[in-house]
Design a protein around this ligand. Structure first.
Ligand SMILES: [Zn+2]
Length: 412
């Protein structure tokens, strides 16, 4: 049975017109077909019945093949925030996944009725019933996942996985007394390695020294199958040699760390410049992360230009103010792509956020980024932010986009 309504926006029409209509939403032919081929009279029924799965030989090649085929076709039912952003739908991602879930529920219920009836039932019907039920569970899980705020407050860059090894960069390394810890956050693995010349202070020169002097340096970290680390194949212990070989430079850098500067709160004298965000000249020479972040502005959102005081130098930076339903977000982006971005969230009613954040970045306080990174400033207390400040890395634009949209569109 073909639905004569667009399941996304409920616009009615003939099948042919709806195919074109769904194409304008951003769906391809096959996806549009999936979205129109269901019987809406079965809506909501699936949740009230226990789905007894029919018995089939799941090792049968035909089952495996068909299962793979269906999973690929229905893959778009669990869109990444970046994929959702490419669709032209007026629904947020959670609402959209709910629509998919309902469509899928109707399809499953229809096959259930067929299997129960007295008519002819093929193996394909049974296969479809089993696989769609599996996909349904995944969609439900995904819907729940999306509704939960992301855990942890720092958004880490991912390590690069190659077989059983991970390539980690300075972002994954934390210096401790006489050891370093290496964290691969996405798989929740941490490795502690003895490095006799390590000390905690080294964390403060990570941005300015290690990431500059040893830019693009990756270390290998190997785990065997049972999650134990395999040091013979890892190169993380090379950090020891690196620290020794550069001990002179490093101690010079450490001497320069002084925690001085203007008080955290601005005196009100610093006024950021508002930029016309439609001005193409302003955005043209900025890196792609800034361009993307500015493109998410709407309504009264504003872009401010500031000069970030970066350890004795002035660097061009921008603050983007996004006003959303629950929070006002301030994204601080430096024009230097090597510097990560920071996202501050304030209650939507709070005032003077831009001035406050601007005063922090333009003050001559040293090692401001190190302070954020080392969590040595309690922004929740000092600035009254809703969350701890988030760090967004410039290592993967898709991830960056997903993280940003997660806050702007989902948490809102
Ligand atoms: Zn529509």
């Amino acid at each position: 049975m073909i639905s004569l309504y667009c399941p996304v926006c409920l616009k009615g029409g003939s099948y042919e017109n709806l195919l074109i209509h769904l194409y304008h939403h951003g769906y391809d032919d096959i996806q549009a077909n999936i979205l129109l081929n269901y019987d809406k009279t079965y809506k909501g029924l699936i949740d009230h019945f226990d789905l007894k799965l029919p018995e089939v030989d799941q090792r049968d090649e035909r089952f495996i093949f068909y299962s793979k085929f269906l999973c690929e076709m229905y893959d778009f039912f669990r869109p990444l925030p970046s994929e959702h952003a490419n669709l032209r739908v007026e629904k947020d991602i959670i609402e959209l996944v709910k629509v998919y879930r309902e469509v899928l529920g109707c399809k499953i219920f229809k096959i259930k009725e067929k299997l129960k009836g007295s008519g002819y039932v093929t193996d394909i019907d049974k296969y479809e019933f089993i696989v769609l039920s599996e996909i349904y569970k995944e969609v439900v899980d995904y819907q729940e996942q999306l509704s939960q705020p992301p855990s942890g407050s720092v958004l880490y860059p991912r390590a690069i996985k190659r077989g059983s090894e991970y390539l980690v960069s300075w972002d994954h390394i934390e210096f401790k007394e006489k050891k370093v810890t290496v964290s691969v956050h996405e798989v929740d693995r941490k490795s502690i390695i003895d490095v006799s010349s390590s000390q905690e202070l080294l964390n403060y020169i990570k941005e300015d020294y290690f990431k500059v002097r040893f830019k693009g340096e990756y270390f290998r970290l190997n785990f065997t199958d049972n999650r134990k680390r395999d040091l013979s194949e890892s190169t993380v212990s090379d950090i020891e040699d690196l620290l020794r070989a550069n001990s002179k430079d490093i101690s010079k850098m450490l001497k320069n760390i002084r925690f001085k500067g203007k008080p955290l709160h601005g005196t009100g004298e610093i006024k950021p410049t508002v930029v016309d965000r439609g001005d193409s000249r302003f955005i043209k020479n900025k890196h792609e992360y800034i361009q993307l972040a500015v493109s998410y502005c709407r309504g009264n959102d504003k872009v401010y230009s500031i000069k970030e005081h970066y350890n004795g130098r002035e660097e061009g930076a921008i603050i983007i103010e996004y006003k959303r339903s629950n929070h006002t977000y301030l994204l601080v982006e430096n024009e230097n792509k090597d510097r990560s971005a920071h996202l501050f969230a304030f209650d939507k009613k709070s005032m003077n956020n831009v001035e406050q954040v601007c005063a922090y970045y333009t003050s001559d306080k040293e090692n401001k980024r190190g302070l954020i990174k080392g969590r040595l400033i309690d922004f929740k207390k000092d600035f009254n932010t809703s969350f701890d400040v988030k760090t967004l890395y410039h290592s993967d634009i898709e991830k960056y986009k997903d993280y940003l949209l997660e806050y702007l569109n989902i948490i809102g």
